[in-house]
Design a protein around this ligand. Structure first.
Ligand code: PEP
Ligand code: MN
Length: 376
């Protein structure tokens, strides 16, 4: 069933000049006035950013971690905006946050993933927004629950907020994978199907938790026709007080944006394209899974390497390798994969495992060069 939300188009409240892609960027957290203002200047200078984000109140998993600089950061944001002209965006989690952010002239508010899970919190925020004309973005809930996401959007919309967007930041999962939060693209696509006029912005920073994967997820989001990106950027990510591994410098961000391919949904031969897109979509999903599984395999290989090191066991045990090769090729043959292909694939995987284990064995010594092992 389609949901009817009264929503204004994205470019009525952000990116009026039509930058492509639309990018909201800024540090995970405002830390110091200098850090925030200097980052904002570098971001503005790229000419590719439509709004400046910064966390002022930070929801942390464990107590005792940096919980945000608090209200003083709103003054720094004000200065960053005055000096760069960039509109500002912050996360709000309570009525008090809403009130303070609005008083300080913040242009865009967002509801964080840990708030979207809680209807009491979302309703409190919605009530504080009643009668105010401010754009609000709602992150997906931490857990993979489409209804909670839609429910939060409805609560905010029912409070009279029509400048509304969703942010897809991935979902928590107990199983460890290559991502900090599983993208579960299907849920974002389901939201799009359910509320077709709702803009969805992708947050590759919180999906990946890893700056090296941000370009990849950003491209995927654009290919799935998401309307923009929210990317964490810090003047010196290595010393960031929060989310250091996923933040990028403004220069690196600029490069990521330059490498993104902007594709238009094709018009000619729509039916053919649909079929092709559907098949490619299936392939993409499978390839993602293959890569993810490889990463999981390598994590286990690392554990084996450490175990062997602690117990003085050789890296290579020929019997074990023969057994793997035999079992897997038989299985693959039954699934109609050629033996030649399977052997090549297994050998590639195996030599990478050996390389990793050699690295572990020789930790502290000079690093092992990549080498190709051949198994006769
Ligand atoms: C953030 O944007 O810094 C943040 C805390 O994100 P999320 O709510 O997605 O975890
Ligand atoms: Mn963050």
């Amino acid at each position: 069933m389609k949901h009817n939300l009264n929503i204004q188009p994205l470019n009525s409240w952000i990116n009026k000049s039509g930058k492509e892609p639309l990018v909201i960027a800024g540090p995970c957290s405002a830390e110091t006035e200098d850090q925030l203002v200097a980052t904002a200047h570098l971001l503005a200078k790229t000419g590719k950013i439509s709004a400046l984000r910064a966390g002022i109140w930070k929801p942390r998993t464990r107590p005792g971690e940096f919980e945000g600089i608090g209200s003083i950061g709103l003054e720094w944001l004000k200065r960053a905006k005055e000096e760069t002209g960039l509109p500002t965006a912050v996360e709000v989690a309570t009525a008090k946050h809403v009130e303070e952010a609005l008083k300080a002239g913040v242009d865009i508010l967002w509801v964080g993933a840990r708030s979207t899970v809680n209807p009491f919190t979302v309703q409190e925020i919605a009530d504080a927004l009643r009668g105010v004309d401010v754009p609000v973005m709602v992150k997906n809930p931490v857990n993979p629950d489409l209804s909670l996401w839609v429910g939060a959007l409805e609560r905010i919309n029912n409070a009279g907020i029509t400048k509304l967007a969703a942010i897809h930041r991935g979902f928590s999962s107990y199983e460890k994978s290559a991502f900090r939060n599983e993208p579960m693209w299907d849920i974002a696509i389901a939201l799009k199907t359910l509320v077709p006029n709702l803009p969805i912005i992708n947050d590759p920073s919180h999906i990946t938790g890893n700056r090296d994967l941000i370009g990849y997820i950003s491209q995927k989001a654009l290919d799935l026709d998401m309307q923009g990106l929210m990317i964490e950027s810090h003047i010196d990510p290595t010393v960031a007080w929060t989310d250091a591994a996923q933040q990028v410098t403004p220069a690196a961000l600029s490069e990521i944006i330059d490498h993104l391919a902007l594709r238009k949904p094709e018009v000619k031969g729509a039916e053919l394209n649909d079929k092709l897109a559907e098949l490619r979509n299936q392939i993409d999903k499978i390839d993602d899974l293959v890569i993810q599984k490889m990463a999981e395999r390598m994590k286990i290989v690392e554990k084996i390497g450490n175990y062997k090191k602690d117990n003085n066991i050789t890296i290579l045990q020929v019997n074990r390798w023969d057994e793997i090769l035999q079992k897997r090729t038989n299985y693959a043959k039954a699934l109609k994969l050629s033996t030649e292909f399977t052997e090549k694939l297994l050998e590639l995987m195996h030599s990478e495992s050996i390389r990793k284990q050699t690295e572990i064995m020789n930790e502290g010594q000079e690093s092992a060069p990549a080498e190709k092992l051949t198994h006769a």
